[in-house]
Design a protein around this ligand. Structure first.
Ligand code: PLP
Length: 365
């Protein structure tokens, strides 16, 4: 492997974050969310490192089938469910648990269930409780539950919902959603699931039986105004590259596309082999933090596809070949995300396929 940029994936940190989720979950089952290639970390290594999880959650059917292909035998929830008869049959054959968020999906299930083996379907009805994204209105969900219960193919009927503002502690919408979901699931005998990372950490809802943490397992903060370290979460991914050139630019020289940065004094700059072609955000403004050795430096000018420039005026002696941390250990992804006007989730999930992932803290799986 000759690429200078690479992401190391620390499975020990992942396990520590998972242990924290378990502790917060108490008696509830923990189903890690591993959609989008485990938030960019590589789903294979992640599911093997979390082999003692009670289940996993993914977004779509292909992701669910891929987990079965990796030998995952525990329950797997396909959050968005299926959209075709072929999809339904494949999910039933693979023993996947399906989210049902729309009346069309319900119609499909009622149409095709008679042709499926008895007990081959596990369905979790997704309730609309205030996010107004995907979900059945609570009345429709209760009716759907009765209809699904009559189908021989249905072995399990769960209820789930998702919070819109759990990242803000004590948000009124979270309280309203929790109340609505609590009422709708009163006396439910199947699985009940509400908490994402934020709701799990704040305790916004505690009457669910299955929690669905994602970002906290990867060491990103799920809470606005709280750092991951402050929540005892350790970064799992560290994105590193190297300095490939060091030079001085003179007063009035500009750096990078669009000539957006202009030197006001002679300035030593470094060019780093990382850019938006790797998933480093092009929206990261001048001043985005970068670490070289033990020095905190920052970006200058626009991020290119394969390189970015950093200001070396405050750094010690930096030479081509020196190692650079773009995010991860020593530089929280959430700080870089804030400088790019986004959240850590997007940076992690947006790492592109050309960046090699190296596993540390576990056997290479
Ligand atoms: C992505 C997702 C989660 C995980 O959310 P985090 O904020 O990463 O913990 C949980 N539930 C649903 C429905 C999701 O789509």
């Amino acid at each position: 492997m000759h690429r200078l940029i690479r992401a190391s994936i620390d499975l020990r940190a992942l396990r520590r974050n998972f242990a924290l989720a378990r502790e917060r979950a108490g008696r509830r089952a923990v189903w890690p969310v591993v959609k989008a290639d485990a938030y960019g970390h590589g789903v294979k290594a992640v599911v093997h490192a979390l082999a003692d999880a009670d289940g996993f959650c993914v977004a779509d059917l292909d992701e669910g089938l891929a987990l079965r292909g990796l030998g995952v035998t525990c329950p797997v929830l396909v959050i968005q469910g299926v959209y075709s008869g072929a999809g339904l049959a494949a999910a039933a054959a693979a023993g996947l648990t399906l989210g049902v968020h729309d009346p069309e999906q319900l119609a499909l299930i009622e149409r095709d269930a008679p042709a499926l083996a008895a007990g081959s379907l596990r369905l979790w009805l997704k309730l609309e409780t205030g996010m107004h994204r995907l979900g059945l209105m609570p009345d429709a969900a209760l009716e759907a539950r009765e209809r699904c219960a009559r189908l021989d193919a249905v072995a399990e009927l769960g209820m789930m919902t998702h919070f819109a503002c759990a990242d803000t502690v004590d948000h009124v919408l979270t309280d309203a959603q929790a109340t609505e979901f609590g009422m709708a699931t009163l006396g439910a005998d199947g699985p009940v699931s509400a908490c994402n990372s934020a709701a799990l950490l704040t305790g916004a809802f505690q009457r669910d039986t299955v929690v669905r943490p994602g970002i906290m397992l990867y060491g990103g903060t799920p809470l606005l105004g709280r750092t991951a370290a402050g929540l005892s979460l350790a970064p799992v991914m560290t994105l590193r590259s190297r300095v490939i050139a060091v030079k001085d630019v003179a007063v009035g020289d500009t750096v990078g596309y669009g000539a957006t940065w202009v030197a006001k004094e002679t300035t030593r700059i470094g060019l780093v082999a990382a850019g938006y072609g790797d998933g480093y955000p092009r929206h990261a403004a001048t001043g985005t933090p970068v670490r070289i050795g033990n020095c905190d430096v920052h970006t200058l000018g626009r991020v290119s596809m394969d390189s970015l420039a950093v200001d070396l005026r405050t750094a010690g002696h930096v030479r081509p070949g020196d190692e650079v941390v773009l995010w991860g250990r020593g530089l929280p992804v959430d700080l870089v995300a804030a400088a790019a006007g986004t959240i850590g989730y997007e940076l992690l999930a947006g790492l592109t396929a050309r960046v090699p992932r190296e596993i540390v803290g576990g056997e290479q799986v």
